[in-house]
Design a protein around this ligand. Structure first.
Ligand SMILES: [Zn+2]
Ligand SMILES: [Zn+2]
Length: 385
């Protein structure tokens, strides 16, 4: 494996930087997908699919009807966060940046594609999925319902996410729930406008919004035991009236909150509770209420056997393995694949002092490419062995 890595690492680093320059936000990953397709074709996959669930791309290596199938997943999308201009490989679009390291994750799979070109699996099929729209929580769902994915039906699916805040090259993994379920809920409150001198003639939702913000903030803490992680974050609140006018009492408002829980079932209980509270508050204030859900993520539940494998492979490669006792509070739409396959998501430490994900100063650390390749190739070898 060392010779393989020596031969390909500088090419992979330059590919990672090219992908960084191409940064495209969720659902706009057209150029990135075209670039990935071009590079995958050079490795002669047995099957290659494009336009999966949007701009998704899947490459398949190994004989049809093979014993078992293992799919690795990376994400195509960047974020609407400006890139640091001082980077030599800064994004070509000043408004969009690869601030979650998905450029690195794609590069891991490009490295695997090269490996598979030279080391064609005999017993199993290995598939590489470049998934669109992860950041908005839509991509996995769309890939799942795409006929191509339904036909390929991978038995096992593996993904990693780089994690700043952890020692570089450490492996972070646990069995069972690994990342949380979450949903964005928008509460639209509708009253009546009036002259600011006569608020009694209208019905401003301002006080009801304050009550709703309080009630939502208390929901997680009050309703669930400390063993079952649950969290409500108010992300946005606004009184709306078109233009801001000091002469008018507003008649509409919106409160947006993100609800999170370690288990999908707990989140499913929190949503109607939040809606019931909002309903009670609005009827007390005589306001109309409309609720809307967006960006739904379910819990990623890690398969026992796959988790044991990655721990063993990390150990063989002399990497530290960290097992958190609770699931992470953030969400990953990879969890959606648990419905169709046995899944495992693990973290790869990006450095204790490395800027956090989604931070302006973040850039994927290229040193992780080799580590990710060793781990992924280890998994392929185990299933071939
Ligand atoms: Zn992200
Ligand atoms: Zn990410």
């Amino acid at each position: 494996m060392d010779t393989f890595i020596d031969q390909h690492i500088s090419d992979l680093i330059s590919k990672r930087r090219r992908l960084h320059q191409l940064a495209e936000a969720s659902n706009k990953e057209e150029q990135t997908a075209a670039q990935i397709e071009e590079w995958l074709r050079e490795t002669g996959p047995d099957e290659l699919y494009t336009g999966v669930g949007g701009h998704g791309v899947i490459a398949v290596y190994g004989p049809e009807g093979a014993g078992s199938s293992l799919m690795f997943r990376a994400e195509l999308d960047a974020l609407p966060i400006p890139d640091s201009r001082e980077l030599e490989h800064a994004s070509e679009d000043p408004e969009t940046g690869h601030k979650c390291g998905h450029d690195g994750h794609m590069t891991h799979l490009l490295g695997l594609a090269r490996w598979l070109q030279e080391n064609r699996p005999q017993k199993n099929r290995v598939m590489l999925l470049f998934q669109p729209a992860e950041e908005t929580g839509e991509g996995a769902e769309r890939v799942l319902s795409d006929p191509v994915f339904k036909k390929l039906k991978p038995e096992r699916m593996v993904a990693l996410h780089n994690l700043p805040g952890y020692a570089k090259h450490s492996v972070i993994v646990k069995k069972g729930a690994f990342t949380s379920a979450s949903v964005g809920v928008k509460f639209h409150l509708e009253g009546e406008t009036s002259h600011a001198a006569h608020p009694e003639d209208g019905n401003s939702p301002a006080l009801a919004m304050a009550a709703l913000i309080n009630a939502l903030s208390a929901l997680a803490g009050n309703s669930f035991s400390e063993h079952t992680f649950a969290l409500v974050t108010i992300v946005h609140a606004r009184l709306r009236l078109g233009d801001i006018a000091f002469g008018t009492t507003p008649g509409r408002g919106v409160v947006m909150a993100t609800l999170r829980a370690a288990e999908t079932e707990v989140l499913e209980r929190m949503i109607p509770m939040a809606e019931k509270q909002a309903g009670g508050i609005c009827s007390a204030w005589d306001l109309e209420l409309e609720t809307e859900q967006t960006e739904y993520f379910q819990t990623t539940v890690n398969d026992d056997e796959l988790t044991d494998s990655i721990k063993r492979i990390a150990d063989e490669n002399g990497l530290d393995c960290i097992e958190p006792s609770y699931p992470f509070p953030w969400s990953e739409d990879f969890g959606r694949f648990s419905d169709a396959s046995r899944v495992m998501l693990f973290g790869l430490g990006a450095g204790k002092e490395h800027p956090q994900l989604h931070h302006r100063g973040y850039d994927y650390p290229d040193e992780l490419i080799v580590t990710a390749l060793r781990l992924f190739i280890g998994l392929i070898n185990e299933s071939e062995g």
